[in-house]
Design a protein around this ligand. Structure first.
Ligand SMILES: [Zn+2]
Ligand SMILES: [Zn+2]
Length: 280
């Protein structure tokens, strides 16, 4: 019997996230998901810049989970919060970090699932219909929906959720008529239901959360037994000094002191190219 089977978790979203979260949860943990959209989560932040996000990504997720649990009266809750940034490797590719949080009030712990992946998040300033057509193709329209604003990205008015050519033409003409410079700002709609690339990343973050939920502490059986630290300092193959390369993973429990170290199966040394002494 799984820890979560026959329990019900609330999920507050008005952007269709239950489509990827609920089915995976039920199939892989036995946990039922009860969806609500009775609170407007746009009050905690919009990607279209009208409302700044409530605190950090994790702050906003925690706020959503508590509101959802209050609305439905559950002692278990789920929530998602996404962020769009530059990729962590080169800093030039649009990147999407998704976080799915599980809060268990009954047993007093939280578990966080995470996934980072390339984002479908294009934007541009355009003045001609032909440019709009070209942009829409690079933005994977119409499978991915669009947003248009007059003048610039901070204009208070917008057309969102543009999902076909007729709406696109209409929105472009509206924005151009209201633009002070003749140009309009156009971008991918980043709300989950409007952006299948993002929805898939929310699914991956959910699967990461589920893996952690299904990993129980050998000492006290609490879910969420996971890697909590990485031990670094693998010696360099040339000079023998410690590098930033990983030696071992330290697994630990959310509730008790139980932990174990998962070392390398085969002893090896760090490549000198990764050594700050040999290759600064
Ligand atoms: Zn434990
Ligand atoms: Zn070295």
């Amino acid at each position: 019997m799984n820890f979560f089977s026959n329990r019900t978790a609330s999920l507050l979203t008005k952007h269709g996230k239950e489509m990827v979260i609920a089915s995976e949860m039920l199939a892989l943990t036995g946990c039922q998901v009860q969806h609500t959209d009775a609170y407007d989560t746009d009050q905690l932040g919009t990607f279209t810049r009208e409302t700044p996000r409530y605190g950090t990504q994790l702050d906003a997720a925690r706020k959503k989970v508590i509101i959802g649990m209050d609305l439905l009266g559950t002692n278990l809750g789920l929530a998602n919060e996404g962020a769009f940034v530059a990729d962590p490797y080169t800093g030039v590719i649009p990147w999407n970090n998704e976080l799915v949080i599980l809060l268990d009030h009954q047993h007093q712990f939280e578990i966080i699932g995470f996934s980072g992946a390339p984002a479908q998040s294009n934007s541009s300033y355009l003045s001609h219909w032909e440019e709009v057509i070209q942009f829409s193709q690079s933005a994977l329209f119409p499978s991915h929906q669009l947003v248009i604003k007059p003048t610039d990205e901070y204009h208070p008015q917008s057309r969102k959720g543009i999902k076909n050519l007729i709406e696109l033409k209409d929105a472009f003409e509206w924005a151009q008529a209201h633009s002070t410079k003749g140009a309009v700002f156009i971008e991918n709609d980043l709300r989950a239901f409007a952006n299948p690339t993002r929805m898939e990343n929310i699914r991956k973050a959910t699967l990461d959360l589920i893996q952690k939920m299904n990993s129980v502490c050998p000492g006290c059986q609490t879910p969420g037994y996971w890697i909590k630290d990485i031990q670094r300092g693998l010696p360099c193959n040339a000079c023998g000094l410690p590098t930033e390369q990983e030696i071992a993973k330290i697994w630990g429990c959310l509730k008790c002191d139980h932990q174990h170290t998962e070392g390398m199966k085969v002893l090896k040394l760090a490549d000198p190219s990764r050594c700050s002494h040999c290759n600064p």
